[in-house]
Design a protein around this ligand. Structure first.
Ligand code: ADP
Ligand code: MG
Length: 259
């Protein structure tokens, strides 16, 4: 039985004159401690699916549960990180990390110590009191990750968190995030349109097709790659094999949808 269960999720967006069927009858079961990627062309419903997992959108049909309990009873278990870091420019780094605990209010003093430690672990010791504008994109995303992790969520939802970064920063951050999430034994769902990133970081990959969004195919990442850091994984021969398989499948999907 999976830790996170999505059962027969169908979602429509309505407006006054029309509707879009964003997701069609989609079921996923994710085991605790695994790293899953949702891969697919733009518009296939990745963000919609992640918002449903986060409880931000209620699906038109279907159910989501964590540890066999409905999602509404588990909101505190979920951390959500987006492509844009949404740091508040008028707050310094540690205060940005402490936004969640401040709203919740409990054990705030303990949280200050925890925030400091997280920032030190993330190599951000020297910028604890700095303001977001003085940080690079990669550093800002690390702060956003610290803010996501401070409440100790058991499920981490990552919506293209590396896609706005330059390639070198992205590779470094992938390694960093991968090691960190393994160390904290988090269950993570990464949305990406980058095949290489999906293979290098995940245990399993769900390839989605569009109009309406469906799970088209599931890929298991070979164990030899899973044990490597994302940077090292990219050099493995099995990485290239899987890349080619997924690439072909994505092309087939795009040709089909273009007809
Ligand atoms: P992805 O993240 O894979 O690019 P989205 O989940 O953002 O895909 O979108 C899936 C489909 O739903 C697209 O056709 C998109 O236009 C539509 N959609 C997304 N958000 C809304 C919204 N708020 N209102 C209406 N349609 C939406
Ligand atoms: Mg999206």
């Amino acid at each position: 039985m999976g830790f996170l269960q999505l059962k027969q999720i169908t979602h429509y967006y309505f407006n006054s004159s029309s509707y879009t069927k964003a997701l069609n009858n989609l079921s996923i079961s994710v085991d605790e401690g695994t790293f899953i990627s949702l891969l697919g062309p733009s518009g296939c419903g990745k963000t919609t699916l992640l918002s449903i997992m986060a409880g931000i959108i209620k699906p038109t049909f279907g159910s989501v549960s964590i540890n066999n309990k409905p999602l509404e009873k588990n909101q505190r278990e979920i951390g959500y990180m987006l492509q844009q870091d949404y740091l508040f420019p008028w707050k310094n780094i540690i205060d940005n990390v402490l936004i969640g605990p401040k709203i919740v209010g409990s054990q705030y003093n303990e949280m200050i110590e925890k925030a400091k430690q997280l920032l030190i672990d993330m190599g951000l010791k020297d910028v604890i009191k700095a303001y977001p504008t003085s940080l690079s994109g990669g550093m800002r995303q690390r702060v956003a990750l610290a803010r996501t992790l401070i409440t100790n969520p058991s499920l981490l939802l990552l919506d293209e968190p590396f896609s706005a970064l330059d390639f070198q920063t992205k590779l470094k951050l992938e390694d960093f995030v991968s090691a960190l999430l393994k160390q904290y034994h988090k269950t993570s769902i990464l949305v990406t349109h980058d095949i290489g990133e999906a293979i290098a970081m995940s245990d399993q990959i769900y390839l989605m097709s569009a109009n309406p969004g469906e799970i088209h195919q599931q890929f298991e990442v070979p164990i030899e790659i899973r044990d490597l850091s994302p940077f090292e994984a990219r050099k493995h021969i099995k990485y290239q094999h899987l890349f080619d398989r997924i690439w072909e499948e994505l092309n087939r999907l795009e040709t089909k949808s273009a007809i």
